[in-house]
Design a protein around this ligand. Structure first.
Ligand SMILES: [Mg+2]
Ligand SMILES: [Zn+2]
Length: 189
């Protein structure tokens, strides 16, 4: 976690941050970008952050949709964002669930947030400096994953779920959406 080597990343949760939160978004017709998400991603990218999506997808392990379904939706998301000038450096997902997972998906993995496995994998594979990196999420499990990975800043957004005062207190800032998070993170180093 040494500072000063590697690129810095903005780790972005998907559901409730980039696209509207629904129960287990797996189809293109259920994928709707949250207003301001593109602007927030652009601001972070312009500030030199590589954009890395990190998303718990236990719906795969629960048998609600397949990894192929997830990959197809990911291609759609990348394409929609690329059309608006946004390049995503990586997309990492956890398909597991410790209790509700079926077959080999039922496992206490180290990638399901709040575990930091996805961030650590991304750092190794993409050459990222975690100590210079930031995170935007809509749940305390996102924030916790960022803390365990030793990130510089972790921001909660209110665009996914209602947040209690105790939940808000876990983050460095709590703002309305990804656009506001981009503003906050680029003005607070
Ligand atoms: Mg979320
Ligand atoms: Zn996992």
């Amino acid at each position: 976690m040494t500072s000063g080597w590697g690129r810095r990343a903005a780790f972005i949760d998907r559901d409730g941050v980039i696209n509207e939160e629904r129960n287990y978004v797996s189809q293109i017709e259920d994928f709707h970008l949250i207003p301001g998400a593109v602007e927030g991603l652009a601001q972070l990218s312009d500030a030199g952050f590589s954009l890395v999506v990190i998303t718990n997808q236990s719906g795969i392990g629960r048998g609600l949709y397949s990894e192929a379904d997830f990959d197809y939706l990911t291609e759609h998301m990348r394409h929609e964002l690329a059309r608006q000038g946004i390049e995503i450096a990586g997309v990492y997902y956890c398909p597991h669930h410790p209790k509700a997972g079926l077959g080999h998906y039922r496992v206490e993995c180290n990638c399901r947030k709040p575990q930091p496995g996805m961030l650590l994998d991304a750092a190794r594979e993409l050459g990222l400096s975690l100590a210079d990196s930031v995170l935007v999420g809509d749940k305390t499990s996102d924030i916790e994953a960022g803390r365990r990975a030793g990130l510089r800043r972790c921001v909660l957004v209110e665009s996914g779920h209602a947040l209690s005062a105790a939940e808000r207190a876990t983050a460095d800032a709590c703002v309305v959406d990804l656009q506001a998070a981009g503003r906050w993170l680029t003005s607070h180093g």
